[in-house]
Ligand binder design. Structure first.
Ligand code: CDP
Ligand code: CDP
Length: 213
């Protein structure tokens, strides 16, 4: 079973994807981490994120980078959104994600283009959203708990800028797949979001079974 979870920054897609992976006993991949690792590598090597060739060179990042806490920072998130707009960067990371999604037994992946590009054949697709204000509040609290002193207004502005860039790029923009179920977590607790996500996945599996008859 392949489960695709997409949505904008701090919508709750990672939380939901992890819980679904636990519930169905499937491996999970946070694909945003791959773009964040490219971004952190661009920064470390002092490359130019606006140059496609520079960003592509960083796609061959050291696997240890994936565990670097710096990946969580807002700056790396912004930089990830810049480098991820280059079609050749997306192409360089495509096979790895497709392989993960299509491994025997299935997987849960979360990102921006899982239901549309990485696994259009997924058995269940969720598109997770929440208002920009609520997402900024969540991300701000998260950054503060990791010692950051960034302001709420700054986080909100960054989230809006990233939403805009991710949704308007020409290759694999952030978009809800036609056959995805919408999960608005704005006014849901984590527990309620997870419960609703499982219900939606079960609904999609039941629908798939009927369609196969
Ligand atoms: O956790 P958050 O939603 O803030 O960010 P993320 O999922 O780690 O993604 C960071 C950036 O990587 C996003 O703003 C996107 O530009 C990019 N990304 C992407 O283009 N495609 C994906 N499948 C995942 C992330
Ligand atoms: O992966 P994404 O960036 O979409 O979001 P996340 O990392 O799953 O969630 C961002 C923050 O919001 C985390 O600190 C979650 O614990 C929190 N959250 C929440 O407060 N309420 C929800 N219904 C979902 C997530």
């Amino acid at each position: 079973m392949i489960i695709a979870v997409d949505g904008p920054a701090a919508s709750g897609k990672g939380t939901v994807a992890k819980a679904l992976a636990r519930h169905y006993n499937l491996p999970h991949l946070d694909t945003g981490l791959l773009y964040r690792a490219v971004a952190a590598t661009v920064r470390r090597l002092e490359l130019d994120p606006s140059k496609e060739a520079d960003a592509v060179a960083a796609c061959d990042f050291d696997e240890l980078t994936l565990a670097d806490p710096v990946l969580r920072s807002d700056e790396v998130g912004q930089l990830a959104s810049l480098v991820s707009a280059h079609p050749l960067v997306r192409a360089a990371l495509l096979a790895r994600q497709k392989r993960f999604a299509h491994q025997p037994g299935g997987a849960v992946l979360d990102g921006r283009d899982i239901g549309t590009v990485i696994a259009p054949d997924a058995d269940a697709k969720l598109f997770v959203k929440a208002t920009p204000q609520i997402r900024a509040k969540r991300r701000h609290a998260e950054l503060q708990s990791h010692g950051s002193t960034v302001s709420f207004d700054r986080v909100l502005a960054d989230i809006r800028a990233r939403d805009q860039r991710d949704a308007s790029r020409s290759t694999a923009p952030l978009a809800m797949a036609d056959d995805a179920a919408l999960l608005d977590t704005s006014f849901l607790s984590i527990e309620a979001s997870v419960e609703r996500a499982i219900q939606l996945v079960e609904g999609q599996r039941a629908r798939n079974k009927v369609n196969k008859l």
